[in-house]
Design a protein around this ligand. Structure first.
Ligand SMILES: *Cc1c(COP(=O)(O)O)cnc(C)c1O
Length: 370
């Protein structure tokens, strides 16, 4: 029998989906890479990067898309509908293309151009929505429209949050299953997770709870701290945690970090449940620090990720400053959620300080021509 592709080796954790409806483009099975320079410099001997940037469309959203589109097929849905800041759109568009399902997509007004183009390549129907990504109220209107529209038609809601599609989101938990196996059947001591809407964080924490073996849900989680890292400009979850609240505070987004501009985080309550149980903590990070770590990851580790992904490392730095990571041998994992090539304007920012690349003849650069 052929080996199951992508996330489907964990199919027993998902609802039953017929073999012919299982769509894969090779998502998951992403590398877990040990830090060579940044970890030791920070005083951490076991700092690891989980390279979700290595997924087929360049982010962990492929895991959700694979399960969500397959589940839509299984239920006989005629199309998918959802929102995106960019990465979910490209991921679902790719998997919907393979499944032969139409995909209707509402995107942020100021979506990163390369992310929009990447999604468009696969041929979905895309509309930009004015004020979406900045105003909490517009975000809520968009979600309401999608819920109403899908109820009228035989469409699957594929918004990448547990609140909207808890089955598709089980795809995220495969990150935890892979980490467990990659670390030799153990969980890391701490996992640093970029948080926008909270789905990535929630899926990872659920994944560790579901891992086979004895013990209660609390037992399995107790050993692992899951750390939520948000941009200071859009931190309604971490701000609520600091105030001891059970639901996110409200407020618009001022963050420039694409992927993390979610002022109305749909899974915020689930994240706060985990943090308030003491299974982790939160950080808010300035955009400048995120950009600094994005550059450092590239020039010191050879990992070019998008800014949203580098926020996990900015969180590690803060945890050290707060004295939360005092054992140098702790196993620390940063979720590198997406790839750097997704954002052309950030790439141009990063290369700005390099001198112009000139054109030469080989003769002019050779030391001497014999
Ligand atoms: C979607 C996304 C996030 C945020 O995930 P949430 O589930 O919204 O918290 C972080 N990084 C990247 C690269 C993403 O695409």
């Amino acid at each position: 029998m052929m080996k199951e592709e992508g996330i489907w080796k964990y199919a027993s954790y998902f609802p039953a989906i017929d073999q012919q409806n299982r769509i894969s483009i090779g998502e998951g099975n992403t590398p877990l890479i040990r830090s060579r320079r940044i970890g030791p410099e920070l005083g951490l001997n076991n700092l690891y990067f989980k390279l979700e940037s290595a997924n087929p469309t360049g982010s962990y959203k492929d895991r959700i898309a694979a399960l969500g589109v397959s589940w839509a097929l299984e239920q006989g849905k005629e199309a998918c509908i959802g929102t995106t800041s960019g990465n979910a759109g490209a991921a679902i568009a790719a998997y919907a293309a393979k499944a032969g399902l139409p995909y209707h997509l509402l995107v942020l007004e100021h979506i990163v151009e390369e992310k929009l183009q990447q999604a468009l390549v696969y041929g979905p129907d895309i509309k930009k929505i004015q004020g979406f990504g900045e105003y909490e109220q517009v975000g809520n209107q968009v979600f309401e429209y999608i819920i109403n529209e899908s109820a009228k038609k035989n469409w699957e809601v594929l918004i990448t949050a547990f609140q909207f599609n808890p089955i598709a989101m089980l795809g995220v938990s495969t990150i935890s299953f892979e980490l467990w196996h990659q670390l030799g059947n153990r969980a890391p001591d701490a996992i640093f997770v970029p948080v926008g809407g909270g789905g990535l964080f929630t899926g990872i924490s659920l994944g560790f709870e579901q891992l086979s073996g004895g013990g209660t849900r609390e037992d399995k989680l107790r050993s692992t701290s899951i750390v939520a890292v948000q941009s200071e400009g859009c931190a309604n979850i971490v701000k609520a945690w600091r105030e001891g609240l059970a639901v996110p505070v409200s407020g618009d987004s001022a963050s420039q970090i694409s992927g993390l501009q979610v002022p109305n985080p749909p899974d915020g309550k689930q994240v706060l449940d985990v943090l308030n149980r003491g299974n982790g903590w939160g950080h808010t990070v300035h955009d400048q620090d995120v950009w600094r770590w994005q550059e450092t990851l590239a020039v010191q580790e050879g990992i070019f990720c998008e800014a949203a992904a580098a926020i996990s490392l900015a969180g590690v730095e803060q945890s050290i400053q707060e004295g939360r990571l005092d054992d140098p041998d702790q196993m620390i994992v940063c979720i590198i959620s997406g790839a750097g090539w997704k954002d052309g304007s950030r790439m141009r920012e990063l290369t700005k300080k390099n001198p112009e690349v000139g054109i030469y003849t080989i003769e002019s650069i050779a030391d001497s021509v014999k």
